[in-house]
Write a protein that binds this ligand. Structure first.
Ligand code: PLP
Length: 430
């Protein structure tokens, strides 16, 4: 039994009432960006109403704006389980990762090695490829097991060497939902003295993140994936940030936040984390709890709700003739996946399936979702990639059933002319 009143939470999200014909639009596009609650919308608007100013001024709105930014850093730190001075905020995860990769790369020598994965989003691959090209680094590829889109620790061990300086890995795959064993990855990397840069963009809306517990050196996330505005944040271990070369202008106080910040976005980030705290209260976090405790409670409850829904989605998808699911499909291993389903449908390209779902009022993404390496390795890049249905806690069983109903109709009548009728299949492509 869930402790969350999803209907009550949904009422706080105005976009969930946007209609498509005579029914509300169904948002299964969460991995691409979630909807935001009224509290976030009000906080962004409220910033402009009462606190809009640049920082460092000896007047009220400038002080208020600076206080919001300080509070937002503290809130993001609580979300990731770290301290506020270890949080770097920027326009988005990709820009921050390019920025930090330059600082990290400044300390690397030709012949040093970086480990990248074939599972990750391009945002945790391409910045390192760029710095590798600039600095003459050697790139070692940690290849995913394509049967279930997982990364095997033995594969990492085989790549590590005394020259390994960095392992860049996702906490969870935004394409197929695989959750990676970050604590074990970090331990292995640290044994050879390498840093671990973790992309938690897809994990943060679904899991309680504890950067210290897994001993990551960097953990990046994006606020628009967890009910907030378009903003990125990265945790960097204090001692490492202090030792890195900072590319900054001389007068700037913050070593890694260059130029004027998105202050209204940070007001919204604070409110998004406030929303999650409310979810934590609803899930039973006691009155005297800390913000971190409320957030951990919230994420536990969200995880529970989402995975009940995911099993329903999985069972429905697995029964559709011609549908091939990618990633972890064994229900006994669902603790190692997020509620993000990716599939192909025999005889129809992913763009066509997504278009028909969209026409029926169901918002989903198709293609490679920037997890280009994985979709290429699966051999799907030339045929339109994958269809992705991503659940968040604000989705309902009714929405899942609606999506399944439309997909069954598409599968029954929608195959390309001449396509063979196919049996249900949940094996991977290869
Ligand atoms: C797993 C993952 N990493 C990184 C990113 C890039 O984040 P941003 O849009 O904040 O640059 C995304 C965005 O989709 C993502 O899903």
């Amino acid at each position: 039994m869930t402790t969350l009143d999803i209907d009550a939470l949904r009422r706080g999200f105005p976009a969930l009432s946007v209609s498509h014909g005579d029914r509300p639009l169904v948002f299964l596009d969460g991995p691409g960006g979630t909807q935001v609650p009224d509290a976030v919308i009000d906080a962004v608007a409220g910033y402009y109403r009462t606190s809009n100013a640049n920082h460092g001024g000896a007047f009220e709105t400038s002080r208020r704006s600076a206080a919001i930014v300080e509070d937002a850093h503290a809130a993001l730190a609580d979300l990731l389980g770290v301290d506020a001075d270890e949080i770097v905020v920027g326009p988005n995860m990709t820009t921050l990762t390019f920025h930090l990769s330059r600082s990290i790369g400044a300390g690397l020598e030709p012949g040093d090695e970086v480990v990248l994965t074939g599972l990750d989003h391009a945002a945790n691959v391409d910045p390192w490829l760029a710095i590798a090209a600039d600095r003459g680094l050697v790139v070692r590829w940690w290849e995913p097991n394509l049967d279930d889109c997982t990364l095997d620790l033995g594969g990492l061990e085989a790549l590590l060497s005394p020259r390994t300086r960095l392992v860049a890995v996702g906490w969870a795959s935004n394409a197929v939902g695989t959750i990676n064993p970050i604590a074990r990855i970090a331990a292995a990397a640290h044994r050879v003295g390498a840093l671990v840069y973790v992309d938690a963009v897809h994990a943060a809306p679904h899991l309680a993140i504890d950067a210290r517990a897994v001993d990551a050196d960097f953990v990046a996330c994006s606020v628009y994936k967890f009910f907030g505005p378009h903003l990125g944040a990265v945790y960097g271990r204090r001692s490492i940030l202090a030792a890195l070369r900072a590319y900054k202008v001389r007068p700037a106080d913050h070593r890694f936040e260059t130029g004027t910040g998105n202050f209204e976005g940070q007001a919204g980030a604070l409110a998004a984390i406030g929303y999650l705290e409310d979810v934590g209260r609803m899930a039973g976090a006691p009155a005297g709890s800390t913000r971190r405790e409320r957030l951990v409670t919230a994420m536990g409850a969200i995880r529970e709700v989402e995975m009940v829904l995911y099993r329903r989605l999985h069972d429905g998808l697995a029964a559709i003739p011609g549908l091939t699911l990618y990633g972890i499909v064994d229900p006994d291993a669902f603790d190692r996946r997020t509620p993000t389903a990716a599939f192909t449908l025999a005889g129809l390209g992913a763009p066509e399936v997504a278009r028909r779902l969209g026409d029926a009022g169901i918002a989903v993404w198709d293609g490679h979702f920037y997890a280009l390496g994985l979709v290429e390795r699966l051999g799907l890049e030339g045929s339109g990639g994958l269809v992705r249905l991503g659940l968040t806690h604000y989705n309902t069983a009714g929405e899942v059933d609606r999506a399944l109903e439309v997909l069954r109709e598409i599968a029954a009548g929608g195959g390309a002319a001449g396509a063979e009728p196919a049996e249900p299949r949940i094996a991977a492509a290869r």
